[in-house]
Design a protein around this ligand. Structure first.
Ligand code: ST9
Ligand code: ZN
Ligand code: ZN
Length: 331
């Protein structure tokens, strides 16, 4: 097993992926045929129509304060995913004192992307078996599947089989995450829908309709920004760090996913808290947030990659698009 220096996530070698394939009587040839979950299709369909209506209202009747509030919520809930579920809980790329963990868990619940322990389990499988059938959003199955299709059908049996080997006991040991998981069906509707709808109504007399649809617009926007990392950033962009993998550097995705589009770097060095080489000096609001948390003592043990290691990797496996290509004895 190839160790990922310090995240607790192990990465399967090609040999392991091949040898650990579960028996052919368990994986049937039509396992890639989608077994649609109509409840999800209807709910996602409704959400996106409602979000479009919320967008229309934003230009016709919604108060500016409500739209600004949605913009703030986009960043807060985004951080619950990027700084929380992704960089802290899935990858352990830094450590957080409990007030920060609590703050991120609240933001994460407001984001409604399911309990953080389940999110992290899927994400650890994604890194370990990237772009195989065991990857929940295997980008080899196309843009639609990796973007949203994977949430609309049953998981491939390989995801569950390989996922059993993923250790998430570190996350269950965290009382805040355990509490979130145990009470998700109560906490999520309150934090993701009731409170964000009530705040504009209570504080600046927004109508229920405008507050409700503005919040759904915000939710759909954050979902699509997150999904773009799985779809667009696995399909389009350059490969300065590793040309042998599909995850790519995608500036467009980074803008909307508050710094998570530098995906060739991230899959090459997944333990780096910046998920990019330049961190807050590139488009990376999440890195800026973690840096500020570190300054005030709430985040610590931030993991990075030595410059020399990046340079060697760029020279060895990069596609030549890195701006520092040519360092050392390239010619
Ligand atoms: C959402 C998630 O949108 C989005 C994730 C995005 C990820 C992006 C990553 C990129 C990096 C970070 C960038 C962030 C950028 C953010 C920018 C923000 C501005 N291992 O799942 P079930 C087993 S959520 C091991 O029901 P089905 C297990 O036993 C949106 N075992 O499978 C499990 O039971 P339990 C809102 C696994 O029946 C059992 O199977 N939520 C694993 O195939 C059943 O699990 C939704 O829409 C595993 N990995 O159903 C809900 N997985 O859990 C969507 C499963 O008790 N989900 N098992 O242990 C569902 O409805 C269902 O999961 C399903 C599959 C229908 C998709
Ligand atoms: Zn990751
Ligand atoms: Zn990825």
């Amino acid at each position: 097993m190839a160790p990922n220096l310090s995240t607790g996530v192990l990465y399967a070698t090609d040999k392991e992926v091949a040898s650990s394939t579960i028996p052919s009587d368990v994986v049937k040839p039509d396992d890639r045929k989608a077994k649609w979950v109509w409840r999800n299709i209807i709910l996602m369909g409704y959400l996106h129509l409602a979000a479009l209506y919320g967008f229309y209202l934003a230009f016709t009747s919604t108060k500016l304060a409500t739209t600004l509030f949605a913009f703030v919520m986009y960043h807060l809930t985004g951080l619950g995913i990027t700084a929380g579920a992704h960089r802290l809980w899935s990858h352990k790329s830094y450590k957080a004192k409990w007030p920060l963990t609590l703050f991120l868990a609240i933001c994460n619940t407001m984001a409604f992307q399911d309990a953080a322990v389940d999110w992290a389990r899927d994400h650890r499988v994604h890194h370990k078996y990237s772009e195989t059938d065991a990857d929940p959003h295997n980008a080899k199955r196309g843009f639609f599947f990796s973007h949203v299709g994977w949430l609309l059908c049953r998981k491939h049996p390989e995801v569950k089989a390989k996922g059993k080997g993923i250790d998430v006991s570190d996350l269950y040991a965290d009382p805040i995450l355990k509490f979130q998981k145990d009470n998700y069906l109560l906490l999520m509707p309150i934090l993701a829908f009731a409170i964000p709808t009530a705040i504009p109504m209570y504080f600046w007399n927004e109508t229920f309709t405008d507050a409700f649809f503005s919040n759904l617009m915000r939710y759909a926007f954050v979902l699509n920004a997150s999904w773009l990392v799985n779809s667009a950033a696995h399909l389009f962009g350059s490969h300065p760090y590793d040309r042998f993998i599909n995850p790519a550097e995608n500036k467009f995705v980074s803008i909307f996913a508050i710094g998570e589009g530098w995906h060739n770097y991230h899959h090459t060095f997944p333990w780096d808290y910046k998920t990019s080489e330049l961190g807050r000096f590139s488009i990376n609001f999440t890195a800026l947030f973690i840096d500020i948390m570190a300054k005030i003592g709430l985040a610590y043990d931030l993991k990075t990659v030595p410059e020399e290691m990046i340079r060697k990797r760029v020279e060895r496996t990069g596609d030549g698009t890195h701006e520092l290509w040519g360092w050392g004895d390239q010619d």
